[in-house]
Design a protein. Structure first.
Length: 123
């Protein structure tokens, strides 16, 4: 945990307990399994995306309890796992076809595209 950083999961969990929130129902309503929710609540660096989903579902503004959450939002950093990456066998040997965000191509081409986007942003 970074110096002066709060334990995000503990703060969220404490607020949920204070409000008497049923974690099983909450997990279902935000579309995750109960174990996934518990794992997130144990994390000092709980994903911003989970905090936002919970806040939206329960109408709680967690930015007043978690100061660095404002920094994530200001920097437009919302750490969440990739929703879906599909892999399938390519007709060419040693090439893997990848579908990422609706775009299909070889893994090499997708990585090349992402690098060009990154360069343009940094640019």
């Amino acid at each position: 945990m970074k110096r002066n950083q709060v334990h995000r999961g503990e703060i969220v969990n404490k607020i949920l307990r204070q409000k008497g929130v049923n974690l099983t129902n909450l997990a279902k309503s935000i579309g995750v399994s109960k174990p996934t929710l518990y794992i997130q609540l144990d994390r000092s660096d709980m994903f911003t995306s989970y905090i936002l989903k919970i806040g939206e579902e329960l109408d709680i503004d967690f930015t007043q309890y978690i100061p660095d959450l404002n920094e994530d939002l200001a920097d437009n950093i919302v750490s969440e796992p990739v929703e879906k990456i599909e892999f399938k066998k390519s007709p060419e040997p040693l090439e893997m076809m990848v579908k990422l965000d609706g775009t299909e191509g070889t893994l090499h081409r997708v990585i090349d595209r992402l690098m060009r986007i990154n360069e343009a942003i940094a640019g």
